[in-house]
Design a protein around this ligand. Structure first.
Ligand code: AMP
Ligand code: GLY
Length: 430
């Protein structure tokens, strides 16, 4: 079968790598892809994965390509095309596509929608309210003593969340979003949330419109620097599973989060087929949902897919077709750790075009896979092209072994100004 994968990051590299292992896939395109994705070969026939220069948000371009090449399945990686309605568009044209439709993707594209849905259906979350008036927003922030998260309603590329510890910070954040409009239309409505304390973890479930099959647990590291210091980023590294949520607690989350969520979707006529990825805070009074994402996490995907023993094509097809009741997800007992190597200055301004060396030495290691996130080519040379450049992933018996292997691989890779955290998965090792 022929597959089209939409996206260009480390998540899409991990998806393309895993999909390429399926004996059923005979041709694969990735739009736009990256330098690492273009190096993958299909297990079925050795054919290379073809990167095509169409942006993930260029819906007319993607549709034109699908009409020409007739992929049997299109797989959407990032949130933006979902929010723009790529799934609805492809379906109207008779193409099979995996991912939530535009209405279902609102769980991520509108934080106000997600928040109000959780309240309607009794899903444990932070106390919060939605505002478009700065005075009312400030009044609510004051009832929280200024300790709050101020969030832009729409998609703001992971940057639309300001954490405040007092009223001065809260008023500055409200002013930033509602008065100055720093986040554009995404920030013309804000959600103000009580600030929650605790350990943050990631969950994923694959959904088929009726059911949600939970993945094992994982944990991302959102801050730029060791010890969870520095600015928030897209994620600097992840590992799976995490010891911070026991099987028993996971069962509780299934009951308190996923069951009411599924019931709510049924009642409101939301046909959710894709990944639901809630960010969860483990508070003193139990797990609470901080946000929902409507796609695979990045870098969580890079540590989930090496552990997945199913053929990913089968999993995605069962999700599209509403057949997840016939599928058992199977996971390797090995632990997996992924360390992000980023450009100097990320998540702020960063240079591009820095030559990358040592990828072959790292790639030759056993139980290691280097996923490319922001890479490109300058002639024959692999160069940096994004903020997050690589996700160096390793697996092994026990977290400690997986972690040691990942860092050994990192030490073999070099590019000018490379920054990475040295403490990925360290919390879990105590
Ligand atoms: P979000 O995009 O909503 O996940 O927010 C980005 C990050 O801000 C999260 O990963 C958390 O680390 C933090 N955060 C968001 N909401 C809250 C909250 N209510 N309390 C504490 N931290 C939060
Ligand atoms: N792991 C962060 C994200 O995918 O949003």
């Amino acid at each position: 079968m022929k597959l089209l994968v939409i996206g260009s990051g480390g998540r899409e590299h991990a998806m393309a790598w895993k999909l390429a292992q399926s004996p059923r896939v005979t041709r694969m395109w990735c739009s736009p892809g990256n330098a690492g994705i273009g190096l993958e070969r299909l297990a079925a026939n050795g054919r290379e994965v073809e990167c095509v220069k169409i942006g993930a948000e260029d819906l007319p371009g993607l549709l034109r390509f699908a009409r020409e090449q007739q992929p049997d399945l299109t797989v959407v990686g990032p949130d933006n095309p979902l929010a723009l309605g790529v799934v609805d568009l492809f379906q109207r044209e008779g193409f099979r596509i995996w991912g939530p439709n535009q209405s279902a993707a609102r769980f991520e594209s509108s934080k106000a929608f997600a928040q109000q849905f959780m309240e309607r259906h009794g899903i444990p979350t932070a106390r919060s309210e939605v505002f478009d008036d700065p005075v009312a927003a400030s009044r609510f922030a004051a009832t929280l003593g200024g300790r709050c998260a101020v969030k832009a309603d729409g998609l703001a590329l992971g940057k639309g969340v300001l954490l405040c510890r007092d009223m001065a910070q809260a008023d500055a954040a409200i002013e930033e979003m509602l008065v100055k409009g720093t986040f554009g239309t995404a920030g013309s409505r804000v959600i103000i949330q009580e600030l929650l304390g605790g350990m943050e973890i990631s969950l994923h479930a694959i959904c088929d419109g009726q059911r949600a099959l939970l993945f094992p647990t994982s944990q991302d590291h959102k801050r730029a620097r060791d010890g969870d210091l520095g600015p928030n980023t897209g994620g600097m590294g992840a590992y799976s599973p995490t010891p911070f949520l026991t099987e028993l607690e996971l069962e509780r989350v299934r009951r308190e989060v996923f069951e009411p969520w599924l019931r709510g979707c049924r009642e409101e006529g939301i046909d959710y087929r894709g990944i639901l990825y809630p960010g969860l805070m483990l508070t003193a009074t139990g797990p609470r949902v901080l946000e929902f994402n409507a796609r695979f996490g990045d870098p969580e995907t890079e540590v989930y897919l090496p552990r997945m023993e199913n053929d990913l094509v089968e999993v995605l097809e069962a999700s599209v077709d509403g057949r997840l009741d016939q599928l058992d997800l199977r996971w390797s007992p090995l632990d997996c750790v992924g360390v992000v190597m980023a450009s100097q200055g990320y998540p702020g301004q960063y240079p591009k075009g820095k030559p990358i060396t040592g990828l072959e030495e790292a790639g030759q290691m056993d139980r290691v896979k280097v996923f490319h996130a922001g890479t490109g080519r300058a002639g024959d040379q692999l160069v940096t092209q994004g903020g997050r450049v690589l996700v160096v992933t390793a697996w092994g018996r026990g977290l400690e072994a997986a972690r040691a292997t990942a860092y050994e691989a990192v030490s073999r890779i070099r590019f000018d100004g490379a920054q990475f955290r040295r403490d990925i998965a360290a919390k879990a090792l105590g």
